[in-house]
Design a protein around this ligand. Structure first.
Ligand SMILES: NC(=O)c1ccc[n+]([C@@H]2O[C@H](COP(=O)([O-])OP(=O)(O)OC[C@H]3O[C@@H](n4cnc5c(N)ncnc54)[C@H](OP(=O)(O)O)[C@@H]3O)[C@@H](O)[C@H]2O)c1
Length: 360
């Protein structure tokens, strides 16, 4: 596991392969990156959809399945950076990460699922040796939480416990819904005495003020608990998500069905269930929504201080943070090995991407 930044690698501007380009987030990111003048190659598994999109955008398109190791490696020819936007990443990240390691291509993705971060950390040493950067989670999750934790760390250096909470999402694409359902588990990971530790799902709740009085939130497994780059040395770390009582009840009940989504039958049921979810939120729905994140820092005398930020909706944040990070990578600001966004680019990355509406 490589947790320290690797050796900085200088490199010229290059091409970015956007895999999963035909999905909702892929389309959003194509627009955002083209507006920045980034040289994007559109890619995905579906021939008709990829070629049609490439034709419309006047861009190169590459059709390749994640199951075809050789074809995948060939698709990375001439590519400096892969931006992987085809989730659920628990199913899709590893083949692409492995192809990047073999071909010496930097790897970025939109994962919010903690096992993907574990996979990337497990390959950190190999990546460092190959001069490859593995940076999962460059969208809203985990840039927003990673940056807020880094800021809290800097502002409250005597903290021994950090508790981060996210307000409930107002909008969610089908792809996000499918990825979240795949994370159903009977346990939740929190950090205790510096080590990720399991507690029963639904058993840990706490009230946070998201700006309109105290609201209940329940502990969830968030990648920041597993990664220790920006919160190294903080013995206790918990992440919560706002949840009213029906969600709390569903969490406790759902935890008994937890192994189901991991089975082939469960995955088929999940795919069927997600067909009923709207494919993508409209621009108006997104404009009306947003997130509030709160972090509480507790010192060894149990004194608590907090920091709260407001951001636009997760997809707007994702387009902005991805653009900011891709630009940095193409300018040669990379470090080989596993990297978390705020660890390499600093806690101010979110604000520099124009995503902090209010701090309070
Ligand atoms: N980190 C963040 O804050 C953030 C923000 C936005 C999205 N996301 C994540 O990004 C992912 C995509 O979201 P979305 O809203 O764009 O979903 P979407 O509209 O359903 O698009 C999913 C894309 O992934 C492709 N895909 C799925 N499984 C694949 C596989 N096994 N092999 C190859 N391609 C595959 C699909 O290709 P086909 O069209 O061929 O099926 C499609 O292009 C989700 O996991 C979501 O949670 C994260």
């Amino acid at each position: 596991m490589a947790e320290t930044p690797g050796v900085p690698v200088a490199e010229p501007v290059g091409r970015v392969l956007l895999y999963g380009a035909t999905g909702f987030s892929g389309r959003l990111l194509t627009r955002a990156l083209r507006e920045q003048g980034v040289d994007v190659v559109l890619a995905g598994r579906h021939h008709g959809r990829v070629t049609e999109m490439a034709r419309r955008w006047h861009l190169d398109g590459r059709v390749v399945s994640l199951d075809d190791r050789l074809q995948l490696e060939a698709a990375l020819d001439g590519i400096r950076v892969v931006l992987h936007a085809a989730g659920p990443f628990q199913r899709t990240a590893l083949p692409m990460m492995s192809a990047c390691l073999r071909s010496g291509t930097h790897y970025l993705d939109l994962a919010g699922e903690w096992p993907v971060f574990q996979q990337a950390m497990d390959h950190g040493d190999q990546a460092a040796g190959n001069g490859v950067m593995l940076m999962p989670g460059i969208g809203f999750s985990i840039v927003a939480s990673d940056c807020l934790l880094a800021l809290a760390r800097a502002r409250f250096p005597d903290a021994v416990a950090l508790r981060l909470a996210l307000s409930a999402p107002d909008v969610m694409s089908r792809g996000t819904f499918r990825s979240l359902m795949g994370l159903t588990s009977s346990t939740v990971l929190v950090r205790r005495q510096g080590t990720p530790t399991s507690v029963p799902a639904g058993s840990l709740s706490r009230c946070f003020d998201f700006g309109a009085g105290l609201r209940t939130a329940v502990a969830v497994t968030w990648p920041d608990v597993v990664i220790s780059q920006v919160t190294r040395g903080i013995p206790t770390l918990e992440v919560y998500a706002e949840a009213d009582w029906p969600v709390q009840v569903a969490l406790r009940a759902g935890s008994s069905l937890a192994p189901l989504p991991q089975s082939p039958l469960g995955q088929r049921l999940l795919d069927l269930l997600s067909q009923g979810w709207p494919e993508a939120p409209s621009a108006t729905q997104r404009q009306r929504s947003g997130f509030t994140l709160v972090v509480e820092a507790e010192d060894r005398w149990r004194r608590c201080r907090s920091l709260r930020i407001q951001t636009p909706d997760g997809y707007t944040v994702t387009a902005a943070t991805v653009s900011a990070i891709v630009r940095r990578v193409l300018n040669g600001h990379v470090a080989a090995g596993f990297q978390s966004p705020a660890h390499l680019y600093g806690g101010s990355l979110l604000e520099e991407s124009g995503c902090v509406l209010r701090v309070g």
